[in-house]
Design a protein around this ligand. Sequence first.
Ligand SMILES: [Zn+2]
Length: 417
Amino acid sequence: MLFLYLGGIMSFEIQREVTELCSKLIAIPSTSGNEANVIEAVLTWVSNNLNCSPVKIEKDGSVNISFAVGEPTGPTLILTTHLDTVVPSPKKWTVTDPFSPKVVDDRLYGLGSNDATGIAVSMMLAAKHFAITEAAKHGRIIVALVSQEETSGLGSRITADYFKDHLKELVIDPQKTMVIVGEPTGLDGYTCANKGNAFIKITIHGKSCHGSTPERGLNAAAETCSIVHSISTFEEILIRDYTDPVLGKPTISVTGLNSNLIFTDGEIVPAKPNTIPNTATVILDCRMGEPLFVDNFALFAKLLEEHVQKSLHESFTADVNFLHSPVEGHVTDTEGKAARTLEQVVLEKSGNRAKMHISTGANDAFFWGEAGFDTINEFGPGDRHRNHIPDEWNSISEMAEAVLMYMAVTSAWIEND
Ligand SMILES: [Zn+2]
């Protein structure tokens, strides 16, 4: 290992750096779609601390940032995570406000400390300290910090595509490149599989009439009940035919129902209590493994469409649409070089075999896997149970340890080449 000297004194210094930088970034509100200011702060930090030229990757209103340190022709570790946070409920925070970082013993409180600003900070500092090691003459760290992970995944989609489309200019050899997507897993294990995630809206169309003469209409509210009821049968069929050996059973949850709607003059508006509604909507949260999620959930969408059309009573019609672009799942190649390298470092650092987690939610690993990179689904300091909750915090010592872990993985990745 090239980095043993980084124990002891260095780790204390890194804790100080982690606290300072993470506090600075927490204080800049960066909810999804509003990441411009935090990205400017990262750019300033890069120009003050590193000798490299960061790149802003912008498209379709999404701004992302990437910077690299070390030898471009050597093996490369791409460290990537998101800078956006989820809109907090400030009233429920008791220790501090979401945007007022506060240190209590080993805990740094503040929005994003755990998911995922604290992880971004560990990645930034890993790049900084790696840049001045001997290993940086033989390999490289690229840090890619993205926006809109919590909403659409657009930031990673754009950033991973950018890397894939500029392999030559960026001197990236996919065979020599490993990607770690940063999400809080703790440092004793990693997430090796994420289910795919699709949100679906079913719109049921009937015929409106006065509530006193129901025989003249087609009641979309009543029809909704039968469609919702049939969804559990459909789910059972999917479980029977498509339970994934790694990701387990598909799930379909009804998360939204709006059955008192009428469609009139091109607009959908609430129906009056004495009106038979002609329109109803059902929202579904759908999570599953292969082959259902492949090609943007093509098979699942086809099966669901068939099921809905078959279940409708005569004269009703329905549209089945994605609420927004679905995100496919991703499974880390646990026999691959990236997983073996990470497991080797976890074993060396902790003395234990790496734990493997499976996640029921999609994440950005899919975009990196799709772009052709050997990708670790999730690995970073923190605990996913502290995501999106008041008084979010991360452990300062763990974030500092993550700096050393990310460096050690890079070193091992170079040595294993
Ligand atoms: Zn996250």
